[in-house]
Design a protein around this ligand. Structure first.
Ligand SMILES: *[C@@H]1O[C@H](CO)[C@@H](O)[C@H](O)[C@H]1NC(C)=O
Ligand SMILES: *[C@@H]1O[C@H](CO)[C@@H](O)[C@H](O)[C@H]1NC(C)=O
Ligand SMILES: *[C@@H]1O[C@H](CO)[C@@H](O)[C@H](O)[C@H]1NC(C)=O
Ligand SMILES: *[C@@H]1O[C@H](CO)[C@@H](O)[C@H](O)[C@H]1NC(C)=O
Ligand SMILES: *[C@@H]1O[C@H](CO)[C@@H](O)[C@H](O)[C@H]1NC(C)=O
Ligand SMILES: *[C@@H]1O[C@H](CO)[C@@H](O)[C@H](O)[C@H]1NC(C)=O
Ligand SMILES: *[C@@H]1O[C@H](CO)[C@@H](O)[C@H](O)[C@H]1NC(C)=O
Ligand SMILES: *[C@@H]1O[C@H](CO)[C@@H](O)[C@H](O)[C@H]1NC(C)=O
Ligand SMILES: *[C@@H]1O[C@H](CO)[C@@H](O)[C@H](O)[C@H]1NC(C)=O
Ligand SMILES: *[C@@H]1O[C@H](CO)[C@@H](O)[C@H](O)[C@H]1NC(C)=O
Ligand SMILES: *[C@@H]1O[C@H](CO)[C@@H](O)[C@H](O)[C@H]1NC(C)=O
Length: 477
């Protein structure tokens, strides 16, 4: 009896103690939450959101093995109901989230927390095949359709992919191997593709090992890509970094890219398909880019440029161990134009070429391209550049009977590698001017002392788009 009484009392004390502890810790957790202490996440975005949810609310499991394809798809379908009611944010917590492709919705933010990694499914039969782009007429790797991108969106407005430097991991090795062994019937997927959309922000995330291109906005306007890190093996096939394609008003800044193809490739469709579609890439700003790409360009204009490329302003660029800097690639059959290109303040170390313009790039979607579709290349301006350890200063090659004109190069100092090419400037079918350039340029670039190549002083509409301070309050469970 006595014994039982003592037992009951000590049990009661234990229960009360546990209750007090539970209430205390709960209260401190709540207080912590209300405090801003680590529970409120702040980020910068073109629009903040009125609603939010976590992937785990929809059954997501971040164990690197469970498929989250359904969780992403249901989460985004669910949150799309807030499109007209302040929009919504989907929070992806730390963890490894294996997933197949999913589609974005309008007025939506995907937020990747630090140490959140989206692992792209390695199961090829899980990837839907979609139609080729009308401006290409076929997939880039193969004729016919193409595998949908990991993150895909079409006909949207106001879409943000951001975070605290969370990661998209394309697990590209299996795709690179299959591509090299010609075991794929369709064009490889990209990590992010957004089509026919406006007001897009992609910022503060890392993309690694994409199966092919990394970020592909196509037929879009008002696109901001900021603070993005892209890393792929320098020998991986076609792992282009950021490819603005038939886009109007784009701003790419503060990005770090190491890749197996061009760090940035500006495009606008391919031969007769791109000419018929007729949508240029226009008003593009690129600034504060660091690029490592030993077998490709820091910025390529083309080779698919059949809708035209106009008004590109690139500044404060840094290339390391890269094949060439701001390269133009085109060919007979492309048609259209590359014009009003402005580049300034570029530093380079270990370059095969500093300047490279190619009028005979080749590669056609099929043999129905129009041999009379001759591209116009004009008003191309480069200034204030230094390059060290360079093999060849310039290879500037226009098209016979279609010279590339208005090429201006000023204030450029190139230091050569130990075993440089004997001919430093090889110029054919081009014309323009140069000023204060060493080593001495070719005669087709007439020396005009004191000339300063043009760079527009006014701003573009996309320069004036400001990011707001937004915050997301995590629920503490
Ligand atoms: C991984 O997922 C598969 C399929 O869902 C399952 O059969 C397997 O047991 C899981 N492996 C581990 C280590 O969890
Ligand atoms: C999804 O939306 C419905 C309303 O349509 C809501 O009742 C439900 O709780 C949501 N699902 C989740 C997992 O949040
Ligand atoms: C995503 O959108 C594309 C194009 O509209 C469509 O083919 C595909 O089925 C969609 N995927 C999902 C999972 O809804
Ligand atoms: C790959 O995906 C397909 C289609 O969803 C499925 O039937 C198959 O079981 C998956 N294979 C593996 C190895 O998970
Ligand atoms: C998306 O927009 C394009 C261009 O306006 C249009 O041709 C296409 O039909 C639209 N697609 C969808 C799924 O609404
Ligand atoms: C983001 O992560 C990448 C890969 O880990 C890293 O290289 C980069 O420095 C990080 N960026 C920031 C701003 O922390
Ligand atoms: C590719 O297409 C060929 C011919 O239609 C077919 O035999 C083959 O199984 C396909 N390969 C894959 C990986 O789907
Ligand atoms: C995003 O990256 C920029 C640099 O591009 C940095 O200034 C900013 O603090 C970062 N924001 C967050 C929320 O990590
Ligand atoms: C100079 O470039 C060569 C390749 O052309 C490279 O092997 C070497 O390491 C570079 N030297 C320096 C100091 O970067
Ligand atoms: C020449 O370019 C360098 C950067 O490479 C810059 O610091 C310098 O001010 C420029 N000189 C003139 C006269 O613009
Ligand atoms: C210079 O370029 C032209 C046109 O591409 C080419 O035919 C020629 O062989 C080049 N000359 C040298 C010395 O490399």
């Amino acid at each position: 009896m006595k014994l039982v009484g003592t037992q009951a009392r000590s049990q009661a004390i234990l229960v009360i103690t546990i209750l007090i502890l539970a209430i205390a810790s709960n209260a401190s957790a709540r207080k912590y939450n209300l405090d801003n202490g680590g529970q409120t996440i702040e980020y910068s975005a073109t629009s903040c959101r009125g609603h939010s949810a976590s992937l785990t609310d929809f059954g997501g499991v971040g164990d690197g093995n469970t498929s989250n394809t359904k969780a992403f798809q249901t989460a985004i379908a669910n949150l799309s109901r807030y499109a007209e009611d302040g929009g919504a944010l989907l929070y992806v917590p730390p963890g490894k989230w294996l997933t197949g492709s999913f589609n974005l919705t309008s007025h939506f933010t995907l937020f990747l927390e630090k140490d959140a990694v989206l692992l792209a499914s390695e199961n090829v039969s899980e990837w839907a095949v979609i139609e080729p782009l009308p401006s290409y007429g076929r997939g880039r790797d193969n004729t016919g359709g193409r595998f949908i991108s990991l993150i895909f969106g079409t006909n949207l407005t106001d879409v943000i992919i951001t975070g605290a430097n969370g990661t998209l991991d394309g697990q590209g090795q299996i795709w690179w191997d299959k591509f090299k062994n010609e075991q794929l019937n369709y064009t490889r997927p990209y990590l992010i593709e957004i089509m026919y959309s406006k007001n897009i922000q992609i910022s503060n995330i890392t993309l690694v090992n994409s199966p092919s291109w990394n970020i592909h906005p196509v037929y879009c306007s008002n696109v901001i890509v900021q603070g993005v890190t892209i890393i792929a093996p320098v020998t991986s096939p076609n792992t282009d970094g950021i490819n603005p394609d038939s886009c109007l008003n784009t701003r790419i800044e503060d990005c770090y890219i190491v890749s197996g193809d061009d760090c940035i490739a500006v495009k606008s469709g391919w031969d007769q398909y791109g000419i018929a579609f007729g949508m240029p890439t226009k008003r593009l700003v690129i600034r504060r880019l660091t690029c490592i790409s030993p077998f490709s360009a820091m910025i390529a204009l083309g080779s698919e440029m059949s809708g035209g490329i106009q008004d590109v302003r690139a500044e404060d660029l840094h290339a390391i161990n890269t094949e060439s800097a701001v390269r133009i690639k085109t060919a007979v059959g492309r048609g259209a134009y590359v014009k009003d290109i402005y580049v300034k303040r570029v530093t380079m170390e270990t370059m095969k070429y500093v300047f490279w313009i190619s009028g005979a790039y080749g590669q056609h979607p099929d043999d129905k391209f129009d041999p009379k579709a001759i591209p116009v290349v004009k008003n191309i301006n480069y200034r204030d550049m230094t390059a060290k350890n360079v093999t060849m200063s310039a290879k500037l090659e226009g098209i016979s009977g279609d010279p590339f004109t208005g090429i201006c190069i000023s204030n450029v100092t190139i230091t050569l590698a130990e075993e440089p090419k004997k001919l430093q400037w090889n110029c054919t079918e081009i014309s323009g001017i140069s000023s204060s350039v060493t080593p001495q340029p070719c005669e087709l670039l007439k020396n005009q002392a004191e000339a300063v190549c043009n760079f527009p002083t006014g701003s573009l509409p996309i320069d004036n788009v400001e990011l707001k301070k937004c915050s997301y309050k995590r629920s503490y469970l």
